[in-house]
Design a protein around this ligand. Structure first.
Ligand SMILES: [Zn+2]
Length: 596
């Protein structure tokens, strides 16, 4: 249920005019058009304007300028000379003594957390999609004035930007210290649900757009508070106070939709998207798998407040918004954040040991079922994120490894090795890194130095093998050291054959053929439609891969009947004798300190 916001008027002293002032209007919700007027009081004689090609946190060139149109620049009402330099760069000929007014429209219909959206139900934007950078002014204050949509008088606005002069609904003028801050504070507007809670004395606001009437906001608030307190105490100790926390307030912006999932971390907020069905429901006390996943997402993005927004790759000390920004440390910043997101759910008692082990089991199987782990190290996968992880295709599992998943397992291997040796835990490593790097830029050498100082020995061998190598991680002995037992169960048909498939409307289509698999040896190909199988005793039509088990029984040879570009192919297929997947289970020894 939507709930009225607190009727407070945020205000700060109105200071002198900033040299950069954006006025953003939801101009035409049905055309999905934002209108932007950028005013520069003291432009350069040749004033360069640029729109970012990517948004920090999402490592892919997204070409936001493709949605920018109708760019015009005026001084005293007269059009200025304008030259487009490249896909996202313009030069304006201006009189430095007169105000330069730049106006344009941005089309916004990307229902993700990475760019912008506008329709009759809500508006959302990142400045990287809407706000042209004025070269020479990036390091100075940027005023963002957001106007309401006249046809939607009940809409409210939420953002992590500091308010300068806003009305009780949140519309008005916000002030960013520089373009980086502007770009790091997404804006949400609409008839959203909103409420606040305090974690270790810090005010947190949770905004949910698009929830069903049965949405249990109180529960979401309660559970999120536990996550935030666990994270704050993780970084700053059990007695953490508000002054220890790097941001003075925090805002969660969650967009609930029919089917989507994702999040993007920011310095004092996060934009999340999730399926409505995964929100907690009034009158339901149990924690569904979908809600656990949502809590994991909240935990993940919140942990990034420290790990990547402050402690960050030295390569991200200053973002270049016009091109790829390469780092080979995403295994640390995404992988270690992924390790701690679920671990903090366990520590906040939102899930039990069994649920935690199931989540870990899933991550392990995802890594063990990706042949790409033998092709790329997690350091290489980090560097290649721009063209591999973020541009996935049918060959992705064969060509790269997720620095989220394997990075999380590297974190676990370090943690469990430290615990086995009795010297420290990974928690100590994270906190020591925070101190050593003063919550700022970090390099791999810092990780090695902290590990050495806490454990009294070099970790060069482990980092070389686990982070820069493509061999298997020592998962089994380390799990067994925590009394987690590993069983190898017979694999499901997809894994046994080495396939990933889609099964929609009775069509069994091959999405990926894993390298080195039985399916690859038989000549199956991504895009093929698998129609049926032939045995000496007769042929069978199949619609789902799991039907194979019943048809084949113990038989290990058959002929796959395939349709490829309308041609029928008969491919002899030999199934391997034994393919297994891991199943983890807690042993019978007394509980260890980990993972609780
Ligand atoms: Zn992340």
């Amino acid at each position: 249920m939507p709930r009225a916001p607190k009727a407070t008027v945020k205000s700060a002293p109105v200071s002198a005019h900033a040299p950069v002032h954006y006025r953003v209007t939801p101009a035409d919700v049905h055309a999905h058009h934002w209108h932007v007027v950028l005013k520069l009081t003291r432009p350069a004689a040749t004033q360069r304007l640029q729109l970012p090609v990517w948004i920090p946190g999402s490592y892919m060139v997204r070409e936001f300028s493709k949605h920018l149109q109708g760019l015009e620049c005026r001084q005293a009402g007269r059009l200025c000379g304008l030259i487009q330099v490249d896909k996202a760069t313009w030069d304006v000929q201006a009189d430095p003594d007169q105000v330069l007014e730049i106006s344009y429209t941005v089309y916004a219909l990307d229902n993700s957390v990475r760019s912008a959206w506008l329709d009759s139900a809500r508006g959302f934007f990142n400045a990287t999609s809407l706000c042209l950078m004025a070269q020479g002014f990036e390091d100075g204050p940027q005023l963002l004035e957001v106007l309401p949509a006249p046809a939607h008088p009940s809409w409210q606005l939420a953002t992590g930007l500091p308010a300068q002069r806003v009305d009780r609904r949140g519309f008005g003028v916000y002030r960013a210290a520089d373009y980086d801050e502007l770009a790091d504070c997404p804006v949400e507007m609409g008839n959203f649900w909103s409420a606040e809670f305090s974690a270790c004395g810090v005010v947190h606001r949770f905004v949910v757009a698009g929830a069903l009437p049965s949405f249990d906001g109180e529960r979401l608030l309660r559970d999120t508070q536990k996550i935030c307190e666990a994270a704050i105490r993780f970084w700053h100790g059990a007695a953490a106070r508000a002054a220890d926390v790097p941001s003075a307030s925090y805002t969660f912006l969650l967009n609930a939709v029919d089917d989507n999932y994702g999040g993007l971390e920011h310095r004092n907020s996060t934009a999340l998207i999730a399926a409505r069905r995964d929100l907690p429901r009034l009158g339901e006390a149990k924690t569904s798998e979908g809600y656990t996943t949502l809590l994991g997402l909240i935990s993940h993005e919140y942990f990034h407040t420290w790990n990547v927004k402050r402690l960050r790759p030295a390569a991200f000390t200053r973002y270049d918004y016009t091109r790829e920004n390469y780092s080979d440390l995403l295994w640390f910043f995404e992988g270690f954040t992924s390790y701690y997101d679920d671990l903090l759910l366990r520590r906040a008692a939102l899930i039990d040991d069994a649920a935690y082990v199931r989540l870990l089991n899933k991550t392990i199987n995802q890594v063990l079922q990706a042949p790409g782990r033998k092709v790329q190290s997690v350091a290489q996968a980090s560097f290649d994120a721009w063209v591999k992880y973020y541009r996935q295709d049918e060959n992705t599992p064969n060509a790269t490894i997720s620095y989220y998943q394997k990075g999380a397992l590297v974190a676990m291997c370090i943690d469990l090795t430290l615990r086995r040796e009795g010297s420290a835990t990974l928690d100590d490593v994270m906190r020591a890194l925070w101190k050593r790097c003063q919550g700022g830029p970090m390099q791999e050498a810092d990780v090695l130095a902290v590990l050495q100082s806490l454990s009294g020995r070099s970790w060069a061998k482990e980092i070389k093998a686990w982070v820069h190598g493509t061999g298997e991680l020592p998962l089994r002995p380390l799990l067994e050291s925590q009394d987690i037992l590993v069983y190898e169960d017979p694999a499901q048909p997809a894994q046994r054959l080495g396939l990933r498939v889609t099964e929609t409307a009775g069509v069994l289509r091959i999405k990926t053929v894993l390298h080195g698999s039985a399916a690859q040896r038989a000549g199956l190909c991504a895009g093929d439609e698998w129609l049926g199988v032939e045995l000496p005793s007769g042929g069978w039509r199949i619609h789902k891969l799991d039907e194979l088990g019943a048809i084949l029984g113990p038989a290990r040879r058959c002929v796959a009947l395939i349709s490829r570009d309308k041609q029928l192919l008969r491919l002899p297929l030999a199934l391997p004798a034994r393919v297994t997947t891991w199943r983890l289970a807690a042993g019978s020894r007394a509980p260890t300190a980990w993972p609780a």
